[in-house]
Design a protein around this ligand. Structure first.
Ligand code: AMP
Ligand code: GLY
Length: 430
């Protein structure tokens, strides 16, 4: 099997790495890929832009690509799957209509309300005045969300009415372009967040191991929101009983409602959940793709051949697919970012020590890196995801941090407390 992966982040490096563990996968091509995918055995990068659907289709057809896996939400929301499927390619990733579950928060909220899926109470507004009047009636804390894709920056959890009003102004004054001209104002949920990534062929849906991300830049979940600074799996807070509820209360009704709307959804449904203090799962958001860095923590634990699973989804054969098999133990991924991220940062800084880091048994997934004249340099906000598998989470975390000791680049930054919720719980129990 030859597989083409669309994207260039840590998630795509992890997908390529996992796919290549299967002897059935002859070749992986990443469009455009990064400094990590460039050096994997049997893997190469193809320098096309993510919106060059025609170029991607032509390459895939000429090179007998049997499976296309789309990483990021932007090409999905622009219809890459619709385009490539029309050219007879097998694509893992939803169509443009299906991707609205991530690309329009108002659309997703309406779907949840129609399906009776537990989620924060919300109203949608197309005028700043009406949104602010609602905020004044509801009071704070309250959450303001730009409707469209805003590169992870469109959500404000406002602790005062004034902050909520300012966030509404930002949206309607064009801070997020047209993504902000419609705003969802919603109830602020409290609890612990978990990421449930599930594979679906549009008929059947099956969860992968539950994971937990760390979205804020600073230790102890402080500071600005980011794309994600570290993740681990499995997340123990999701017991088998809770996972069964997530399946019947959230995953199954979402797929059933998509089907009712005649939406052909074959890919990942990622449910970002809040587990409330009462232990109930509520949806914060849906994404239409693998989480990043959640994928880097989940995929190393998967025993089932990934290409078979993803291909079965594209063929609507998930129901007949054998139960997913997982390694025992746990995995942790610690993200190393550029100084200044999620604000502005320098690029092009040489990176050293990855080979030594991998000698500890860890795997270093590249996110924003590039090879320039054989030298590996930084090329983004999130640069590397250092991932380790251990017999338990403590071991996995310790190993990831040990591996990081060998890595150097100017201004590198990482959180020191990945997995702290679990570590706090187990140390109090001991
Ligand atoms: P999103 O861009 O939808 O992932 O939201 C970013 C972050 O904002 C989430 O990971 C949560 O931490 C927070 N958030 C979003 N919606 C809510 C909500 N209704 N209540 C509390 N926190 C929220
Ligand atoms: N790690 C959060 C996301 O992928 O959206």
């Amino acid at each position: 099997m030859r597989v083409l992966i669309v994207g260039n982040g840590g998630r795509e490096h992890a997908l390529a790495w996992k796919l290549l563990q299967s002897p059935q996968v002859q070749q992986v091509v990443c469009v455009p890929g990064n400094g990590g995918t460039a050096t994997l055995d049997r893997c190469s990068n193809l320098a096309l832009s993510l919106d060059d659907f025609e170029g991607i289709a032509r390459f895939a057809l000429v090179n007998n690509i049997s499976l296309v896996v789309v990483g990021p939400e932007v090409p999905l929301s622009q219809g890459i799957t619709d385009f490539l499927t029309e050219q007879t390619l097998a694509v893992f990733g939803p169509t443009r209509e299906g991707a609205q579950i991530e690309s329009s928060k108002a659309w997703a909220k309406a779907l949840m309300q129609e399906a009776g899926i537990p989620t924060a109470q919300a109203e949608v507004f197309t005028s700043a005045e009406a949104a602010k009047a609602y905020v004044r009636r509801q009071g704070a804390p309250i959450v303001i969300k730009a409707d469209g894709l805003a590169a992870g920056k469109g959500v404000t959890v406002a602790s005062t009415v004034e902050a909520a009003e300012a966030a509404i102004d930002d949206c309607f004054e064009g801070q997020f372009g047209s993504a902000g001209y419609r705003v969802v104002v919603e109830e602020c949920l409290i609890g612990q967040e978990v990421s449930i990534l599930a594979v679906t062929d549009g008929l059947t849906i099956r969860p992968l191991l539950p994971a937990q991300d760390h979205k804020r830049i600073g230790d102890g979940d402080t500071g600005e929101n980011t794309g994600g600074m570290g993740a681990y799996a499995p997340a123990a807070i999701v017991t088998p009983a809770l996972m069964a509820r997530i399946q019947t209360e959230i995953l199954d009704p979402t797929i059933a409602t998509l089907r009712d709307r005649a939406i052909d959804y074959r890919g990942i449904l990622y449910a970002g959940l809040m587990i409330t203090p009462e232990g109930d799962p509520k949806v914060i958001e849906f994404n239409c793709r693998f989480g990043d860095p959640e994928a880097q923590a989940i995929l190393p634990l998967l025993e089932t051949p990934l290409e078979k699973l993803l291909f079965a989804c594209t063929q609507q054969k998930l129901e007949q697919f054998p139960p997913l098999e997982w390694k025992s133990g746990a995995a942790a991924c610690v993200v190393i970012a550029s100084e200044g991220y999620p604000g502005s940062f320098k690029k092009g800084l040489p990176i050293a020590g990855i080979e030594q880091a991998e000698m500890t048994g860890a795997v270093v997934f590249h996110a924003g890196t590039q090879r320039k004249h054989q030298i590996l340099v930084s090329d983004g906000g999130r640069v590397l995801g250092v991932t380790a598998v251990g017999e338990n989470l403590e071991q996995a975390i310790a190993q990831a941090y040990e591996a990081i000791e060998s890595i150097q680049f100017e201004g590198m930054y990482y959180r020191r407390d990945i997995g702290y919720r679990v570590r706090t719980v187990s140390s109090t129990q001991n």
